[in-house]
Design a protein around this ligand. Structure first.
Ligand SMILES: *[C@@H]1O[C@H](CO)[C@@H](O)[C@H](O)[C@H]1NC(C)=O
Ligand SMILES: *[C@@H]1O[C@H](CO)[C@@H](O)[C@H](O)[C@H]1NC(C)=O
Ligand SMILES: *[C@@H]1O[C@H](CO)[C@@H](O)[C@H](O)[C@H]1NC(C)=O
Ligand SMILES: *[C@@H]1O[C@H](CO)[C@@H](O)[C@H](O)[C@H]1NC(C)=O
Length: 288
């Protein structure tokens, strides 16, 4: 037994030595391999790190569709070369000299120019042709004071972007820049039959007869009659004091009803948002 131990001891020692030397050898070997790495970082540690870092997140970013959704933004940003100039467009179109003159005289042109500089603003303009103005009873425009002229122009401007398909979904009366769309005021109603779009103010019936300009933010459509608002050209109410209070009563009721309708809309919209957020956070939880 002792003999065996003595005989094998050298071997064991040798094995231990070999093993440790191997480990040592490996150690230095491993060190050199890692050593080159440190030098490299010294040369350009910052650049490689950022490059490697974005790569892992990239796959994570890929499944997120919002960036593609943001792509539509460029078209909106496209007008950033400068606001759209309505008067230039109408001038180029040629047959809107009178309307263009009114736009400038009432400062509506410069207002639109400023508003269109903000890509969140959108407008639809119903531009009556020169023939439309020519067919008005003579003196119609001259009888108007400055305020009425402004209102007349504003009545032809809707502060939303309307396309032929959107015309089918608008609710009447449509709000114009002239404001108050109550009965007998600045009411503009849109009705569609197929692709035809009819407009009525209560005094004027006309329809869109052409597209002058559209860019996603601004739409200009040609109409062949001037839209005469009831508030300016309608029967004057002064000689009817009795029905006035009654009118006010119904008006109040109507606006109350409108309020409840819009708050109901607001509520369902808020609920949609909550549901949407819920879905988003669930998805996010899954993805992460
Ligand atoms: C448009 O808006 C930008 C920034 O909001 C402003 O710098 C620029 O002067 C505006 N241009 C016009 C023509 O109003
Ligand atoms: C639209 O106007 C045209 C004439 O311009 C008329 O024939 C048609 O009946 C109108 N449609 C509606 C729905 O008012
Ligand atoms: C416009 O439509 C509304 C709602 O249908 C209606 O109450 C109003 O009388 C209409 N006005 C005109 C001028 O056609
Ligand atoms: C406009 O059309 C309505 C029906 O759509 C009609 O009752 C009204 O008389 C018309 N008004 C004019 C001025 O043509």
């Amino acid at each position: 037994m002792e003999q065996l131990l003595f005989r094998t001891l050298p071997f064991l020692l040798l094995l231990v030595f070999l093993h440790s030397s191997q480990t040592l050898a490996q150690g230095p070997a491993a060190a050199p391999t890692t050593a080159p790495a440190p030098p490299a970082p010294v040369v350009a540690p910052a650049p490689p790190a950022p490059v490697a870092a974005p790569t892992p997140p990239a796959p994570a970013a890929a499944p997120i569709p919002p960036p593609p959704v943001a792509v539509p933004a460029p078209p909106v940003g496209a007008p950033s070369t400068g606001p759209t100039d309505v008067t230039k467009i109408l001038q180029k179109a040629g047959q809107f000299v009178v309307f263009n003159r009114l736009l400038r005289a009432t400062s509506e042109a410069s207002q639109l120019y400023g508003q269109l500089n903000n890509t969140n603003n959108a407008y639809t303009i119903f531009a009556p042709t020169d023939n439309a103005f020519a067919s008005l009873k003579s003196g119609t425009l001259n009888k108007l004071n400055d305020e009425e002229k402004t209102e007349l122009v504003q009545f032809h401007i809707v502060p939303t972007y309307l396309t032929p398909s959107l015309f089918q979904t608008v609710s009447n009366p449509v709000s114009t820049q002239a404001g108050d769309s109550g009965p007998g005021r600045f009411q503009l109603n849109v009705t569609t039959v197929g692709t035809a779009v009819n407009l009525t103010s209560g005094l004027t019936n006309t329809s869109i007869s052409g597209t002058v300009y559209t860019d996603g933010q601004l739409a200009i459509y040609q109409i062949d009659q001037v839209l005469l608002p009831l508030a300016i050209f309608g029967p004057k109410p002064p000689h009817a004091p009795a029905p006035a209070p009654a009118d006010q009563g119904t008006k109040k009721k109507k606006s109350e009803a409108d309020n409840s309708v819009s708050s109901a809309h607001g509520l369902s919209f808020a609920m949609q948002n909550v549901i949407f957020l819920g879905v988003i956070s669930t998805l996010t939880a899954f993805c992460w």
